[in-house]
Design a protein around this ligand. Structure first.
Ligand code: GTR
Length: 331
């Protein structure tokens, strides 16, 4: 449900020698509402909060961003819509649930498309990243910087996964994107698209057997408490954006746009630094809690199973084949 933005009348007055004058606070402050799926203390949350604070400071309160954590403003697909129509002003979105809206971004959801997290950064920070930003802009989302989201791996309640055979019959939660349903089905599992906030309870009650995510999310969501096998399949490396609603962006003066852009880039630099540290810390927390982590030494069997997923994707999106090739050949 879109909630209307409100404008703050921040006029401070004081009496000096019998007259009333306005102090330096702006007459109108734009209160920007920002969507965040993660809890306090998560690398993305810290970076978004730093972004909000710096933007407020540098615009002298003309823009006053506030971050709402834990997806309290709606689940991710809903928040994408709210940001597209300007009911929300900014957000950190994963490119996974973006696929159904911005079809180019589905390329980023193809399993094993990037050979490493460094490869992903190289691509997203360069000319190809700009192509994705252009595609997002066409859908009213201004991507100002790219956040890290590590590599996603499978976890489940019953066994370590070493080969695709181990996935057979498992009910696995995926993010909202048909590509992930195909991915899990190609491995012989049953995919269940589900909102992030519902996964913990569903794992606990056995509605699903497993899910997939990076270390920080596996830990901060507490999924590790109810899912004791984490297998390093690293099948998805999906970037995230710091995105601004087009309407909010266009309402800014060129000077304020420059401030917001600079602070978004600083926030992504901070997030990527925090990400490395946070991933290690999360790994230790889940290990201490008794999670069984296994390396998947030979990922080629998983990669081979993805051939039909690629073939179908290219058949349905022939115009995106060259983008896939550009990414693959860019390292
Ligand atoms: C996290 C990601 C979130 C969300 C979540 C999920 O890693 O940062 O934006 O996509 O995964 O699995 O839904």
């Amino acid at each position: 449900m879109p909630i209307k933005k409100f404008v703050n009348q921040a006029v401070l007055v004081t009496a000096v020698s019998g007259s009333v004058i306005a102090l330096s606070l702006p007459a109108q402050a734009e209160n920007w509402r920002g969507w965040n799926i993660h809890p306090p203390g998560y690398p993305n949350t810290i970076a978004l909060e730093a972004f909000a604070e710096s933007v407020s400071e540098r615009t002298e309160g003309r823009i006053h961003p506030q971050v709402y954590n834990n997806a309290v403003l709606g689940d991710q697909p809903d928040a994408i819509e709210q940001t597209r129509n300007g009911a929300l002003d900014f957000a950190n979105f994963n490119m996974g649930p973006m696929g159904p809206i911005v079809k180019e971004t589905n390329v980023l959801s193809l399993p094993f498309i990037f050979s490493s997290v460094d490869h992903m950064h190289e691509v997203m920070d360069g000319e190809i990243g700009q192509r994705f930003a252009d595609a997002l802009a066409e859908k009213n989302l201004i991507a100002l910087s790219w956040f890290d989201s590590g590599a996603r791996s499978l976890y489940n309640t019953s066994r370590p996964i070493n080969s695709p055979e181990d996935v057979k019959g498992l009910k696995v939660r995926v993010m909202n994107n048909d590509l992930y349903v195909e991915m899990i089905e190609a491995l012989g599992g049953n995919a269940t698209p589900m909102a992030y906030g519902e996964v913990y309870q569903s794992l606990k009650t056995g509605v699903i057997d497993g899910a997939e995510n990076n270390y920080p999310s596996f830990q901060s969501s507490n999924h590790y408490e109810v899912s004791k096998y984490y297998s390093l399949t690293e099948h998805l490396i999906i970037p995230e954006c710091l995105c601004i609603a087009k309407a909010s962006w266009e309402a800014l003066s060129p000077e304020d746009q420059e401030i917001v852009r600079e602070e978004a880039i600083k926030a992504s630099e901070m997030q990527r630094r925090l990400w490395v540290k946070g991933s290690q810390e999360s790994r230790e927390i889940v290990l201490d809690a008794g999670v069984n982590i296994n390396e998947v030494g030979d990922k080629s069997a998983f990669q081979e199973k993805m051939q039909p997923v690629y073939a179908e994707f290219i058949e349905e999106n022939p115009d995106l084949e060259s983008l896939i090739e550009d990414i693959r050949s860019s390292h």
